[in-house]
Design a protein around this ligand. Structure first.
Ligand SMILES: N[C@@H](CCC(=O)N[C@@H](CS)C(=O)NCC(=O)O)C(=O)O
Length: 214
C-alpha cells in the first residue's frame, strides 16, 4: 500500500494515526517530492490528500480510508466498533471534520490570501462556530477518556489533528477544562505523538505562526 500524504497536513495525520495505531505497513509517498506529487495528480485530479493506493485501487477521503484499512488490513485495534458504538464513532468523526477541522482551515487558509482578498466575515463565522463546538465538546467529553468513551476510535483520529491545529488558530478557552485535557491526552497518545513529531520540522509553514508549545 502507498499513502500519498504530507506530514504537516491535518487530514493526512488523521490517517497516519490510524496506520500507526495498528502498526500497518505502508509506503509513505511524501508529497514534498515532485514524483509523488505527479503520481497524486494522475490518481486524483483534485490533488487532495491523503490518498491510499492498494494494488491499484485508489481510496479517497480520510474517513473512508480508515474504514477501508479496517475492512481490508485489520489490526488489533478496531477503530470503528460494531453496532451503535460504531455509529457514535462515525458521528463524532463527522463532527470533528465538519465543525472543528473546517472552520480551523477557514481561519488558516484565509491568512494565506492576499490581504485585499481576505474574508473577514467568513473568518468571524468560523471563529463563532469554533466557540460553539468547543463549548459542546467540553460538556460532551466530561468524564470520558476518549471521544466515544474508554476506547480509542476513528473519532479520536479525527479529533487529534483538528483540535491540535484549531487550538493554534483559535485557542480553546481555559474554562473548557475537559476539552483541553482531552487535547492533551490525545497529544500524549503514542500514535498521535508520532504524527505530531513527524510534522515538527514543518511548523514554519503554519500561516498564522506556530505557537511555541505542543
Ligand atoms: N475531506 C478530505 C479533505 C482533504 C483535504 O482537504 N486535504 C488537504 C490537506 S489537509 C488538501 O488536500 N489540501 C490541498 C488543496 O486544498 O489543494 C479528507 O477527509 O481527506
Amino acid at each position: 500500500m502507498q499513502l500519498y500524504a504530507h506530514p504537516f497536513s491535518s487530514y493526512c495525520q488523521k490517517v497516519l494515526i490510524a496506520l500507526y495505531e495498528n502498526a500497518t505497513p505502508f509506503e509513505y509517498r511524501r508529497l514534498e517530492e515532485a514524483a509523488a506529487n505527479a503520481e497524486l495528480a494522475q490518481l486524483w485530479p483534485l490533488k487532495r490528500f491523503p490518498l491510499l493506493l492498494d494494488q491499484g485501487r485508489a481510496m479517497l477521503e480520510s474517513s473512508t480510508i480508515i474504514e477501508y484499512l479496517q475492512a481490508h488490513h485489520p489490526g488489533p485495534v478496531r477503530l470503528i466498533p460494531d453496532g451503535d458504538a460504531g455509529l457514535e464513532a462515525r458521528m463524532l468523526d463527522r463532527l470533528f471534520d465538519n465543525y472543528v477541522m473546517t472552520p480551523m482551515q477557514k481561519i488558516v487558509l484565509d491568512q494565506r490570501r492576499p490581504a485585499s482578498e481576505r474574508d473577514a466575515y467568513g473568518v468571524a463565522e468560523a471563529r463563532d462556530l469554533l466557540n460553539n463546538i468547543y463549548a459542546w465538546l467540553d460538556q460532551r467529553l466530561a468524564g470520558r477518556e476518549w471521544a466515544c468513551g474508554a476506547t480509542f476510535t476513528l473519532a479520536d483520529c479525527a479529533a487529534a489533528p483538528s483540535l491540535f491545529y484549531a487550538d493554534w488558530a483559535h485557542e480553546i478557552p481555559p474554562a473548557h477544562t475537559s476539552l483541553r485535557a482531552y487535547r492533551a491526552r490525545l497529544l500524549a497518545h503514542p500514535s498521535v505523538a508520532r504524527a505530531v513529531d513527524e510534522a515538527r520540522p514543518y511548523r514554519s509553514y503554519f500561516p498564522l505562526g506556530a505557537p511555541d508549545r505542543d
